[in-house]
Ligand binder design. Structure first.
Ligand code: KIV
Length: 269
């Protein structure tokens, strides 16, 4: 039975009350989890973004509970004391199937040692949030842009007009009332991030929702600059890891081809 870390959800409420920012980052494997924990990341999210960043899928929809649990277990092994949130994959929770959803959520705690689960969805996920919370499973909400609804809404900034903004505020309030301990706000205008963060007692965690939120979350591969091409506007590249890795592998290939590696220093006598 894996350990479940040392922090409880109460810690994040206190951080909000103290005005201390919460740092969350995705992690999908043991070495990255260990680096993140050592660097002081407060929450490790085994995001369903792992479908794209690690598994080569086009979007998050194909990810299964089994695939996700496999990565959650690795993250727990790499960071035994960390607060780990497991992201519930598309169709592993559904508001007409409360019992099955709660049992799926429970697997993240029982089998992988996660401290909490994250569910995409607003007021429509409130009944599930309440049922999971009642079962002792801490729930992080996720509103605004919902990657699991990509086939319906695309990857567009949400809450730009008054009606949509009001709907998102109502989603946030419904999730708080249902017992969520924190809520991810994805890709909403800065001002809406501020309004929701001030209205809620529980912490808001922004990805593209601005500086006024109580914390920030970034996808690990975006912040280390792993992939070329499109970088989301809300992501900052703190390194160019993709280039460093490509250069290293190219150097290895050419040294072997040229008969330079292994040299004497890397040989046994
Ligand atoms: O899967 C993920 O990485 C996420 C973050 C974008 C919040 O849900």
């Amino acid at each position: 039975m894996p350990g479940a870390g040392k922090k409880t959800v109460a810690e994040f409420l206190k951080m909000k009350q103290r005005g201390e920012k919460i740092v969350m980052m995705t992690a999908y494997d043991a070495p990255t989890a260990a680096i993140a924990a050592e660097a002081g990341v407060d929450i490790l999210l085994v995001g369903d973004s792992l479908a794209m960043t690690m598994l080569g899928y086009q979007n998050t929809l194909p990810l299964t509970v089994e695939e996700s649990l496999h990565h959650c277990k690795a993250v727990r092994r790499g960071a035994p004391d960390a607060f780990i949130v497991g992201d519930m994959p598309f169709m592993s929770f559904y508001n007409n199937a409360v019992k099955e959803s709660v049992l799926n959520a429970g697997r993240f705690l029982k089998e992988a040692g996660c401290n909490a689960v994250k569910l995409e969805g607003g007021a429509d996920s409130a009944n599930l949030t309440a049922a999971m919370t009642a079962a002792g499973i801490p729930v992080m909400g996720h509103i605004g842009l919902l990657p699991q609804k990509v086939l319906i809404s695309g990857y567009r900034v949400q809450g730009k007009n008054e009606d949509d903004a009001e709907r998102i505020v109502n989603d946030a309030v419904a999730l708080q009332e249902a017992g969520a301990f924190a809520i991810v706000l994805e890709c909403v205008p800065l001002e809406l991030g501020r309004v929701i963060s001030q209205k809620l007692a529980i912490p808001t965690i922004s990805i593209g929702a601005g500086i006024h939120c109580d914390g920030q979350v970034q996808v690990f591969h975006d912040l280390i600059g792993m992939f070329d091409g499109f970088t989301p506007k809300h992501s900052k590249r703190y390194a160019e890891a993709g280039k460093i890795i490509r250069d290293a592998v190219k150097s290895y290939v050419s040294e072997v081809k040229e008969g330079v590696f292994p040299d004497d220093a890397h040989s046994f006598h």
